[in-house]
Structure formats: structure tokens, C-alpha cells
Design a protein around this ligand. Structure first.
Ligand SMILES: Cc1cc2nc3c(=O)[nH]c(=O)nc-3n(C[C@H](O)[C@H](O)[C@H](O)COP(=O)(O)OP(=O)(O)OC[C@H]3O[C@@H](n4cnc5c(N)ncnc54)[C@H](O)[C@@H]3O)c2cc1C
Length: 449
């Protein structure tokens, strides 16, 4: 049975429009509460949808003029898929992304080191989805526009400055291209979901300096091909110095018996002059290093050759900070915890942040207490995973196999035991909060009933 169908039977049943019930007897502190969200990325839009469910008014301010399109594939782990399902987006995700069935790890000779089921196949009640980041943003945007209205999603509004007093926060916006003021907004709280180059964070950490380059360069692209394993497997091939990640990310392509592969080639390059994302480059820059990677199950040089556009992404993060919340202002998603994409779960954490913050606003006695409670719940685990992501995370098994058998192996069990491999991936999932037991059995982060 296709996962989409199995999954639809197991969704929360929420259409996302269900909102926290108001008591007619006792007016709530939330009635009339208003939030400013800076950034219309995955974190900011998830926040807007969660505040809407919590019965809190929200306005999203996005710097760029048109939300969507940029980026390639992204993986959503079941912890985030559960939250998106509870926002009423389960059906849209199933129709758009690919429910990942298997996660498989190979050495540079193409020999299988470890393969494990993912999502529903691994016993989760929610799938893992591989999806195009632009399509994910568009489905979040569509739901946000439908629920809070286009007047509350303002693009072309770049946060220039803000100030807070005892009663609220005032934010000032400019048009980024011209630098001209466009608008000022007053609200009870401000959430900085403005990404790795966050202006909100920079306001509190003016001396933080540039983002930290990990020494690993990625080239990312997507291309439609005939087949790729079973069409639902995420692969990682190679070792610490050179690897390939690939997965199928389009449900629409799968329905046509084709596979839209998101692929990422990565090479350790300690120096780079341009630690910024999204530069279009020629394949000549890196393809030579992968010339011998022709495996019976995937011809990597042919995959690269078939691709039209390739973008360079230096892998960057920032050191964890010890505060996200400053009175009525807090940070969320990449603004709070910019991390390396190890373990395919950085974007998922932004979704979880939004749910935890919305619940804190419902339960805590004041805005300040709510933002502090959110920070208490999320900062330490995110700081730990940010540092852990500088190591190899679940991909450690791949490096162990490389260290112990650089020329390949006859039987993988002679190089690394199944128990050792299973422990590596399970420990990582537990530390990132997406092991099946906690995803399946914890209460909802956002209690709207
Ligand atoms: C262009 C781009 C491409 C990406 N591609 C991938 C990918 O292919 N795969 C992957 O796994 N992850 C990708 N990511 C990262 C991933 O989307 C994030 O890690 C994750 O989703 C966290 O989301 P976020 O909402 O916290 O931050 P972001 O997704 O970075 O969103 C922040 C938003 O804030 C806006 N913003 C920034 N400054 C201001 C300001 N001063 N005022 C108003 N708005 C502002 C930005 O324009 C952006 O829309 C990409 C991010 C970006 C920005």
C-alpha cells in the first residue's frame, strides 16, 4: 500500500483551522494579543499557523518580494511531520513529497554498509518526507494566506530596527533594495525567524561576527531520471572527506514512474573565500572527484552530467548562544540555532520550535514568561545538537567503515557490527528528538482543545 494512503488513515484529522476554544466567562490574556513574525521561511510560516491555532493574531514580515522557489530538497523528520499534520497539512505533504522508506549508507566503492527503514516503515505513526524546499514553502504559504489573510503576510518588508518597552514591541521595515522606510508595526511580542543571517539576533549579539564555515563545500541540484533504487530511499555514499547524498523528492514524478532526485556532492575544502549560499557554479568545479563513482545501482557521473543547474552551498553554522529571549522578543529556527544539515533535521527543528512557543504563550501567565519558558525547553537541546552536528551524526557508520576498510570489504559485519550501526543512528535520533518512541507517544506540543 502506498504510504500516502496509509498515512492519510493515520492523520490527526485536523484541518488546521481548529483553534483554541475561548471561554465566554473568563476573557483570556490571549484575546487581543498580537505577534510580529520576522521571516516567511519554514520557521516563520509554521509560527503563524501555530499562533492562528492558539487564537493569537500574527503578522508575518518577509524581506524578499516573493516567497518560495529557492533551495533544493529538504527532509522533514517524523517529529516535524507530526506537527505539520496537526496544522492540517498532512494531506498536502503526502500529495507533494516522497514518504522516505529507507535510509542507506554506502562506502565509496558502492558497497552497502547499513540500511534501515524510515518513517512509517520504521514504525512511526508519521512519515519522513523528502520534499522540494520551494514546494514546502508554497504549501505553508498557501495555508497561512488562507487562515490569517494576505493582509497579514507582508513581503518586501525587511526588518531594519525595533525597540521594546514595558507594554510591547515596535518594528520598523524598509524596502531592502532602495533602503526606503515602508512601514512600522506595534505588537505584544516579536519573533525573529529571520534565518542564519538574523537581524534580530544581531541586535542582541552585535559582535558575533560572520557565520562559521565548516570546511565542507556542497554542490546541490535536482534532476529527473528514470529510476533510482526503489524511488523512496535516501542514500549517503563515501566518507568524511567526500560524499554524495541523494533522495527522490517529488510525488508527482513518482506517479509518472520517474524520480526527481535531489543530489548533493560534498568535498572537504578547508578554505573558501565566499561563505554564502546559493551560488550557481559549473560542474567542472567538483565533478572530476566523482568520476569513478559508477555503481550498479547509480551512475553518479551520469547523474551530474544530466543536471542543468548546480548551486554551491558552503556548510555553515554559528556557535550556540546562551539566550534567545529578551523580554518580549525571541529567536526561532535558524535565527536561534543555525546548525549544519547533518542528520537531515535542521528545518524540522524550526517547526518544533513554533509549536513549543505557541503552547508556552497559551499556558504561561505573561508574554515574557512564555518566551522564557520556550527558551528553557528548546535552547539546551538545540545547542547540544548544533555541536553534535559538527561531528558525523548518523553518518559515523560510514566513516568507521572507511577507517577500518578503505579498500572495501567482503562482508560488512567483519568491519562494523549491526549492533554498532543501529546504536549510532538510534542515539542520534534520540538526541535530536525524533526517535520513534518519543514521536509516537508524547502528547501534542500544541494543545488546542
Ligand atoms: C535560500 C535558502 C535555500 C535553502 N535551501 C535549503 C535546502 O535546499 N535544503 C535544506 O535542507 N535547507 C535549506 N535551507 C535551510 C532551511 O530552509 C532552514 O534551515 C530551515 O528551514 C529553517 O528555517 P527558518 O525559517 O528558520 O529560516 P530560513 O528558511 O532561512 O527563513 C528565514 C526567512 O527570513 C527572511 N529574512 C531574513 N532577514 C530578514 C529581515 N531582516 N526582515 C524580514 N525577513 C528577513 C529570509 O528572506 C527568509 O525567507 C535554505 C535556506 C535558504 C534561506
Amino acid at each position: 500500500m502506498p504510504y500516502g494512503i496509509l498515512y492519510r488513515e493515520q492523520t490527526s484529522g485536523s484541518d488546521g483551522n481548529q483553534r483554541r476554544a475561548k471561554s465566554p466567562q473568563s476573557p483570556s490574556k490571549l484575546d487581543g494579543m498580537k505577534a510580529i513574525i520576522i521571516g516567511g521561511g519554514i520557521g516563520g510560516l509554521s509560527m503563524a499557523l501555530s499562533l492562528h491555532q492558539a487564537g493569537i493574531e500574527a503578522k508575518v514580515f518577509e524581506s524578499i518580494k516573493t516567497i518560495g522557489a529557492a533551495g533544493a530538497g529538504i527532509n522533514l523528520q517524523p517529529n516535524a511531520v507530526r506537527e505539520l499534520d496537526e496544522m492540517g497539512l498532512g494531506g498536502a505533504l503526502a500529495a507533494t513529497g516522497v514518504a522516505t522508506q529507507q535510509w542507506s549508507c554506502y562506502n565509496k566503492h558502492g558497497q552497502l554498509i547499513w540500511s534501515e527503514p524510515r518513517g512509517i516503515a520504521a514504525g512511526y505513526r508519521w512519515p519522513q518526507y523528502s520534499i522540494h524546499r520551494g514546494q514546502l514553502l508554497l504549501l505553508l504559504l498557501q495555508a497561512t494566506l488562507e487562515r490569517i489573510g494576505a493582509a497579514n503576510v507582508l513581503t518586501g518588508h525587511h526588518l531594519a530596527s525595533f525597540e521594546q518597552d514595558a507594554h510591547g514591541v515596535t518594528a520598523h521595515f524598509i524596502d531592502r533594495a532602495s533602503g526606503k522606510p515602508v512601514h512600522s508595526e506595534r505588537a505584544d511580542l516579536l519573533i525573529g525567524a529571520d534565518g542564519i543571517h538574523s537581524a534580530v539576533r544581531a541586535n542582541y549579539y552585535p559582535d558575533e561576527g560572520p557565520i562559521h564555515y565548516s570546511g565542507e563545500m556542497q554542490w546541490r541540484a535536482s534532476v529527473e531520471i528514470d529510476s533510482f533504487l526503489d524511488g523512496k530511499t535516501q542514500i549517503i555514499v563515501g566518507n568524511r572527506n567526500q560524499r554524495l547524498v541523494g533522495y527522490s523528492m517529488s510525488q508527482e514524478a513518482l506517479q509518472r514512474d520517474r524520480v526527481l532526485v535531489n543530489w548533493i556532492c560534498e568535498i572537504r575544502m578547508p578554505e573558501t573565500s565566499r561563505p554564502d549560499w546559493d551560488r550557481k557554479v559549473s560542474k567542472e568545479v567538483f565533478a572530476g572527484a566523482f568520476a569513478g563513482w559508477r555503481f550498479p545501482w547509480l551512475d553518479v557521473p551520469a547523474l551530474i552530467d544530466a543536471t542543468a543547474e548546480i548551486f554551491e552551498f558552503p556548510k555553515c553554522d554559528r556557535n550556540p548562544v546562551d539566550r534567545w529571549t529578551f523580554g518580549r522578543v525571541t529567536l526561532l529556527g535558524d535565527a536561534a540555532h543555525p546548525m549544519l544539515p547533518t542528520g537531515s533535521q535542521a528545518g524540522s527543528q524550526a517547526v518544533v520550535d513554533a509549536r513549543v512557543l505557541a503552547q508556552a504563550l497559551i499556558t504561561e501567565p505573561s508574554v515574557e514568561a512564555a518566551l522564557k519558558s520556550y527558551e528553557t525547553q528548546r535552547l539546551k537541546p538545540m545547542a547540544a545538537i548544533t555541536l553534535k552536528n559538527r561531528e558525523l551524526g548518523p553518518e559515523l557508520a560510514m566513516q568507521i567503515a572507511e577507517d577500518r576498510a578503505p579498500g572495501g570489504f567482503n562482508k560488512v559485519e567483519e568491519v562494523i557490527s549491526r549492533e554498532e550501526m543501529a546504536a549510532i543512528t538510534e542515539n542520534y535520533k534520540r538526541s535530536a528528538g525524533f526517535d520513534s518512541e518519543s514521536v509516537n507517544t508524547r502528547p501534542s506540543y500544541l494543545q488546542i482543545r
